[in-house]
Write a protein that binds this ligand. Structure first.
Ligand SMILES: Nc1nc2c(ncn2[C@@H]2O[C@H](COP(=O)(O)OP(=O)(O)OP(=O)(O)O)[C@@H](O)[C@H]2O)c(=O)[nH]1
Length: 261
């Protein structure tokens, strides 16, 4: 059974900073945000976690395998190198939405995101090493079928973007409402969801829902492991199985049906 450890990453007092003493140049803010995300991806990724940029001022990381000392080091390193600091909230649960609620609760209790006195909060507890299992994290890697042929090679970038985003919006709402799974757009036509244990039927139902609501066709590879990298890597291989077998759902460990040519 999954036991997801999520970390809410929140830039302290960022709103006021962006306009003090005067509004800052937008591209300077974009540069800071994307560099901060890159640094987080490097730090968390090198410890086999995943981080998603969500709104940039708030980000969500899957941190199974990262302990309290890792979180403290991240805060120290960012504080030394950036003009902003980070608060971190850790939460765990078999259901990712509940884990994120817990992670968020600790940070919110310590004060507002725009409270000048609230800095570098570290709340919540990581999973104890003894409680970790090989099935703590389930990652579902979704991809739009033939996005290149249907959109990228035919439409302008903005109209392509609308199609992809509509598919994402439909999927993220469905998985959040039905299962407490959290889906994140990761670029191109790819969406990565952090999910509880879901069945092939439940993934098929999600894909059917997106096709009916947004007219976007998806496929998904699913992997389960003790951390996000291994689960996500297995999910990518399962997605390759979808391409190879012409299927829309593949689990990393599921035996693959022979192909009839
Ligand atoms: N984040 C991320 N993006 C990817 C990955 N693989 C592909 N992409 C992005 O997705 C875009 C489309 O690539 P594909 O999904 O391979 O192409 P497609 O036309 O949809 O073809 P099929 O997926 O085979 O149906 C690429 O330009 C990349 O931006 C991945 O593993 N991770």
């Amino acid at each position: 059974m999954t036991n997801t450890q999520l970390t809410l990453v929140q830039i302290d007092n960022y709103g006021p900073w962006t306009v003090t003493p005067d509004p800052r140049r937008e591209m300077d803010l974009q540069t800071l945000q994307s560099r901060l995300f890159a640094d987080l991806a490097q730090f968390v990724g090198s410890r086999d976690g995943y981080v998603f940029f969500t709104r940039f001022d708030n980000m969500v990381a899957v941190t199974n395998g990262l302990d309290r000392a890792d979180h403290e080091l991240l805060q120290e390193s960012i504080g030394n190198r950036y003009p902003v600091t980070l608060s971190l909230g850790i939460g765990t649960d078999r259901n990712p939405a509940v884990a994120l609620e817990r992670a968020t609760d600790g940070v919110q209790r310590a004060g507002s995101a725009q409270d000048g006195d609230r800095r570098e909060v570290l709340s919540g507890d990581p999973l104890a090493e003894a409680d970790r299992t090989p099935s703590d994290v389930q990652i579902a890697h979704f991809d739009v079928n033939d996005a290149t042929g249907k959109y990228t090679d035919r439409l302008n970038e903005f109209d392509t973007f609308i199609h992809i985003e509509q598919g994402y919006a439909s999927l993220m709402r469905h998985l959040r409402q039905e299962h407490g799974a959290l889906s994140f757009f990761v670029g191109g036509d790819n969406i990565i969801a952090v999910t509880p244990d879901l069945s092939a039927e439940q993934y098929r139902a999600a894909i059917d829902h997106v096709e009916a609501e947004a007219d976007v066709e998806l496929k998904v590879g699913v992997g389960t492991a003790s951390n996000a990298h291994e689960a996500g890597f297995a999910a990518k291989h399962a997605l390759e199985d979808c391409r190879h077998h012409g299927t829309i759902v593949e689990f990393a460990d599921a035996p693959v049906e022979p192909v009839n040519d």
